[in-house]
Each structure stands twice: as C-alpha cells, then as structure tokens.
Write a protein that binds this ligand. Structure first.
Ligand code: KMT
Ligand code: NI
Length: 178
C-alpha cells in the first residue's frame, strides 16, 4: 500500500528508502493539499475492473498504455531511469497505476522539501501539472505501471528550473490558502 515520508538528504543509492530518523510520515490529506491524489484498486483485475472504468470515465482518462520497467524489458533502461530521476514537471497531470512490483515517486512540498511516496501493486496516483517531481525504482528493480492520460499523451518533461511556465505559476497559485 501507499506510504509517504520526508526524505533524508543523503546522496546514497536513490533506490533506498531515505527515511529520516525518526521517520516523518505524511498522511493522504497532506498529499491532497499538494494536489496529489490516490486510489487503491485491485490490480489483479485491471483488464476488466469496473472501479478503474469509473475513474477513467469520471476523470476523462481516455488514453492508457503499460510500461514495464526492468532492465530486460525497457529499451535504454539506464538512460530512461536517469531521466525519470531528474527533477522535472509536465504541462499535464501525471497519472500512474502500479500493476505489479513497486516504485517511488518523489514530490516537492511547499517548502521545497522532498517527499517520497512509496507505491505498490494496486496504487493509482495523480501528480498535478506543474509540480516538481521525479521517479525511481526501489531495490527490487522492477515495476509494471499503467500510464493514463486525458486525451493524446504528451510525455515531454521540463527539468528544473521551469519556473516561468504558466502551469508552474498556476500550480503555485493553487497552493495558496490550502
Ligand atoms: C515521469 O514522467 O516521471 C514518468 O513517466 C515516470 C515513470 S512511469 C512509472
Ligand atoms: Ni514526470
């Protein structure tokens, strides 16, 4: 299941948990305040899951594909993992549903601290357009994820600094008062 915590600042292996000592966990409500939303689904039935269908219909997630992130299945594995771990933003929401294995999504909080979100089979997450984030496998080195999108997918990532984009300003404005 999903779990979130503030990261330590050690530059050890990115695949390690990087929890503080003592751990500083975050609640789902804390994540919602940053515009990050989570659903728990039954990934064993993803091909015919009415709950997933309902979410896709309600949120307009018309596009989907599946990416298997493992050194034997993903072309240019090392380069892609390096890219995924560069701090970046997108002009659209990033919506990912973990079908197998596990992985970490890191997002910045309002004070620019890193939050690590631990995702495993059955976790669906949405990161809002304009939030700075990055992705890494954990020490198991494998995950299979569904990528969802409203309309045609736009994969372009803008590495930080990307502060001049309207979507970034809009995201920051959305944090005001929350
Ligand atoms: C991104 O943009 O951060 C990604 O697509 C991460 C890898 S998808 C599980
Ligand atoms: Ni991204």
């Amino acid at each position: 299941g999903i779990e979130a915590w503030y990261m330590d600042s050690s530059d050890e292996d990115q695949r390690k948990p990087h929890k503080l000592n003592p751990n500083q966990p975050l609640s789902m409500e804390d994540l919602q305040k940053l515009g990050v939303y989570h659903w728990k689904l039954n990934a064993d039935i993803y091909e015919s899951d009415p709950e997933l269908e309902k979410i896709r219909k309600e949120q307009g997630y018309s596009y989907m594909d599946i990416i298997t992130i493992h050194k034997d299945t993903l072309p240019n594995y090392e380069d892609k993992l390096k890219m995924f771990f560069e701090e970046h933003l997108h002009l659209d929401d990033e919506i990912r549903y973990i079908l197998d294995g596990q992985a970490y999504f890191d997002v910045r909080d309002k004070e620019d601290r890193w939050i690590r979100i631990s995702m495993s089979k059955g976790d669906l997450i949405t990161l809002p357009a304009g939030i700075y984030h990055r992705f890494t496998l954990d020490e198991t080195n494998y995950t299979k994820a569904m990528r969802l999108f409203v309309g045609e997918p736009v994969w372009k990532a803008y590495n930080r600094p990307a502060d001049d984009f309207d979507i970034r300003k809009k995201y920051l404005a959305s944090l005001q008062g929350s």
